[in-house]
Design a protein around this ligand. Structure first.
Ligand code: ATP
Length: 361
């Protein structure tokens, strides 16, 4: 069965722990995206799975077999890199067929498999052309076809779309997702593009400083980030994360105080677990705010400082004391800079984080 399992994987480069105690299981037919800021250890983790880098500690299992001491070729993995070097003097068909020359395949079988991979990736019309005679998108598809032409244990993709323009990326995301779904292999994709992760992954592993912070479905990561880092990392525009002090002022009602603002909110039992009077962080996504007609105890007031049209929506930067609050509203709402607005939000859309930055569910 095509599975990948990392158990307590750690990698040191000198004294730098690039990857720390990583546990990750990728099931057959599952796609997991490693997502995180530059230098967080995504590529190193992928290279350890591929056998291009040796783990300092921990185990790598592929299809249930311990791989630590096996070379990359012995692991039977197909990889697609950011720089998908195609052989310029070989035709598209010969480039796709290349991995099969290492296997004892008959030429009839080779031809059948190349034809099938080309059909899957819509390359049948360009099979006889050279890489110099096809588009960037087609080149990327040749790299993927070359990976799927074999029947490997699993797939690893390292920033596969980062060289393509925005439009092509969007098309390719869908195409690769479709191909992966049909192949039922364990797949790991490294990306720093959250849209890529949100659209292609069954689960996303968010990394920071060599650690996996959270592994969950795209929906769960977005809806229930486990800490302030993940909350701020996922979602565009970024979630508003506001440090405040928390106090209960009535049954089921809390007051969040920051700067000269006092903001009341209905709270449930879980958020009441926050220590009273202690600093905490509350998070509200920019689309979770609405504009209220007047200031009340349940609104935050601020002045519109900057307006960024985003097509169907508009992003307002609202200054509330020392805090810049991002608010996204439908473009029909027209407000000029300098206007005072009153922001309300559904209490169910507010995320609470304790003094250590951990989500209070
Ligand atoms: P990016 O998105 O920029 O590619 P990444 O999340 O993939 O980043 P890695 O390339 O895995 O991060 O690097 C993790 C850390 O390990 C970084 O601090 C990097 O500088 C360091 N590192 C990576 N490879 C080596 C190496 N061969 N020797 C020394 N340090 C390395």
């Amino acid at each position: 069965m095509s599975t990948i399992e990392l158990s307590n994987v750690t990698k040191y480069f000198g004294s730098l722990a690039a990857v720390r105690d990583v546990d990750l299981s990728v099931g057959a037919g599952e796609t997991v995206c490693l997502l995180g800021p530059s230098g967080c250890g995504k590529t190193t983790t992928l290279r350890i799975v591929a056998g291009l880098e040796a783990a300092s500690d921990g185990d790598v299992l592929i299809a249930g077999r311990r791989m630590n001491d096996l070379s990359p070729s012995e692991r039977d993995i197909a990889m697609v890199f950011q720089f998908y070097a195609l052989y310029p003097s070989l035709t598209v068909a010969e480039n796709i067929a290349f991995p099969l020359y290492y296997e004892r395949t008959s030429s009839a079988d080779r031809e059948r498999r190349v034809k099938q991979a080309a059909e899957t990736l819509d390359l049948s019309a360009v099979l006889n052309r050279l890489p110099g005679e096809i588009s960037e998108g087609e080149k990327q598809r040749v790299a993927v076809a070359r990976a799927i032409v074999r029947d490997p244990n699993c797939f690893l993709f390292d920033e596969p779309l980062s060289r393509l323009d925005v439009e092509l990326r969007q098309t390719m995301r869908g195409q690769i997702k479709e191909v992966l779904t049909s192949l039922s292999k364990a797949t790991v994709i490294v990306t720093h593009d959250q849209l890529e992760a949100l659209t292609m992954a069954d689960r996303i592993a968010i990394m920071r400083d060599g650690l996996i912070e959270q592994v969950a479905s795209p929906h769960a990561i977005f809806a229930n980030p486990c800490n302030v880092f993940v909350a701020g990392f996922i979602g565009t525009p970024q979630m508003n994360l506001i440090e405040a002090s928390y106090a209960e002022v009535a049954e089921g009602e809390a007051e969040l105080a920051f700067g000269d603002q006092r903001f009341r909110l209905a709270v449930n039992g879980a958020s009441r677990a926050l220590a009273k009077g202690k600093t905490m962080t509350f998070g509200v996504r920019p689309r979770a705010f609405t504009l209220a007609g007047a200031a009340t105890a349940h609104t935050i007031s601020g002045t519109v400082e900057l307006i960024e049209p985003m097509g169907a929506e508009t992003l307002f930067h609202v200054r509330a004391g020392e805090i810049d609050i991002r608010v996204v509203v439908p473009r029909e709402i027209r407000i000029s800079p300098g206007h005072v607005v009153h922001l309300a939000c559904d209490p169910g859309q507010v995320h609470f984080f304790d003094a250590e930055g951990k989500a209070v569910q």
